[in-house]
Design a binder for this molecule. Sequence first.
Ligand SMILES: [Zn+2]
Length: 146
Amino acid sequence: MNIETRGLGAGSYPDAPDIEEYTGPVCSKCGDPRELHDLREVDGELMCRWCLEDYYLDNCRDEYWGFIETPEQQYEFAVKHWFSELEPQEQARIALEAFQREFSSPFPQRQNLRDEIIRDYVEQGKSDFADYIESKAELRIKRGAA
Ligand SMILES: [Zn+2]
């Protein structure tokens, strides 16, 4: 071992000993040394977990949609990842289309449920609703008088 001290006094440290050349397994992508059991052979290359993640992401695009599989993932993707990032106007347009489709069934129970949901909403703003109806009535009277 080659020990030399730099500078003088009590703060001096010997140089680090020469590091022996590493000959163990390495990841073929990033070159990092790994334990063999932490490497995985895919398409003839030994890769560490981190490089494997990137490799799958780039090479398995056909599997993206299939990955969104469980109800939890579907909620994460559809609601939290996609829908919540849209402009409010866009959210309203898409949600209203879904609402119409959801209740487009000819079954009277579905129609009744739909009408109930709408009524609940209008009831919460019934003062505004009354103004709305009166303004329409005024328009009708004006038109009738013309
Ligand atoms: Zn790697």
